[in-house]
Design a protein around this ligand. Structure first.
Ligand code: DCP
Ligand code: MG
Length: 352
């Protein structure tokens, strides 16, 4: 069951990571409307503009009361003039006119369709649109796809259907059981949106460690085994964290042994994305914090660590730059404590 915030929990910090933020909030209709604007800016390549919407959305998501008067909007951190006027429009009319215009825009629909292919971002989608492609059939026939995109297109329908927590948990438990079968000492943890108790999921993310370091060779044994059992159906990419491949892909933002692929869901028979991340026990608390998300939470806590604490926080370590030393942490609690958070932030309140 989800914990409920109290009205007096109102927190107006400018740092997203400092404000408890649930998955579904008191102003969900407003959030959904603004998400359309955020996504549209992202799709047309206006990342900075999109980020401004994302920060305003995070601000609203953390606000514990229904927003129905203008004085409340004035309080909200990270809401600039332009978005401020949209919020007034929403309070006064119950909608934002621009949202419907975007939803009916042909180019928006095509860019969204193309970005629904795993491995396709706004730059690629924009290029295809410019070349005159409009449908998935156009892409399949006329565009040269990389391996990830081929898989993305093949399972387009299933990948774009969100999973319930029940289905995602079932996949998690299935994989966990197979790993523990190999050795009972493995520590297998749900990360990403599953750990944050989101209502629906794009994929399943799992973190694995072992006190004796056995996670090091696990993937080489596990993937063939899961393939034989018809659980794993495709490998998208298998990163060897030890070999510093110079891939500039944004999947390579850390140095763990990782496997990204596709599983057949035992519960529904649908094809779902699975990410497996291997970490040493020493790095585990940092990997856990870095892979629990949300992406906004990660950006915020890293920036906070740098600007306020002169620390470099990654999924591998916490480096105190003032002392020029690594900070040893046994668990997430100790990381939050070192960074001066008044309280531990429960994963379900990291949904900014
Ligand atoms: N992550 C990150 N930066 C990235 C990719 C991932 O910080 N470029 C971290 C934060 C994410 C977590 O890993 O929360 C998992 O990433 P997902 O893309 O799987 O996102 P979620 O699990 O949060 O949501 P969902 O999978 O339902 O879209
Ligand atoms: Mg995920």
């Amino acid at each position: 069951p989800k914990a409920k915030r109290k009205q007096e929990d109102i927190n107006l910090s400018k740092w997203e990571c400092m404000r408890p933020t649930p998955d579904i909030c008191e102003n969900q209709n407003l959030v959904e409307a603004l998400k359309v604007l955020q996504e549209q800016r992202y799709l047309i390549g206006e990342q900075m503009n999109s980020d401004a919407y994302a920060r305003a959305i995070a601000s609203i998501k953390s606000y514990p009361n229904l927003i129905d008067n203008i004085n409340q909007i004035k309080e909200l951190p990270n809401v600039g003039e332009k978005i401020h006027s949209l919020l007034i429009q929403f309070i006064e009319t119950g909608k934002i006119i621009m949202v419907n215009q975007i939803l009916n825009n042909e180019n928006y629909k095509i860019l969204k369709l193309f970005c629904g292919i795993h491995g396709v971002g706004p730059t690629t989608a924009g290029k295809w649109l410019k070349e005159g492609h409009k449908t998935l059939e156009d892409v399949e026939k006329h565009v040269k796809l990389n391996n990830a995109q081929k898989i993305g297109l093949k399972y387009y329908h299933d990948f774009n259907e969100l999973m319930t927590t029940e289905e995602a948990m079932d996949i998690f438990e299935t994989i966990k059981k197979q790993i523990l079968n190999l050795d009972e000492g493995f520590v297998v943890t749900a990360i990403g949106g599953l750990r944050r108790k989101k209502e629906s999921h794009n994929d399943i993310d799992i973190l694995v460690t072992h006190p004796k370091g056995l996670e090091c060779d696990l993937l080489d044994e596990l993937i063939p085994l899961l393939t034989n059992k018809d659980i794993v159906v495709e490998t998208i990419v298998h990163y060897d964290g030890n070999i510093g491949t110079s891939s500039s892909s944004d999947n390579h933002f850390d140095h763990f042994n990782k496997w990204y692929g596709v599983v057949k869901s035992p519960l529904t028979g649908k094809y779902r994305r699975l990410d497996l991340v291997m970490t040493t026990t020493k790095e585990y608390p940092f990997a856990l914090l870095g892979w629990t998300g949300s992406k906004m939470f990660e950006k915020s806590i890293r920036r906070y660590a740098a600007e306020i604490k002169n620390c470099k926080l990654t999924s591998h370590h916490l480096l105190d730059l003032s002392k020029n030393e690594m900070v040893e942490c046994q668990n997430e609690e100790e990381i939050f404590e070192y960074l001066g958070f008044p309280n531990f932030v429960q994963p379900e309140f990291r949904n900014c």
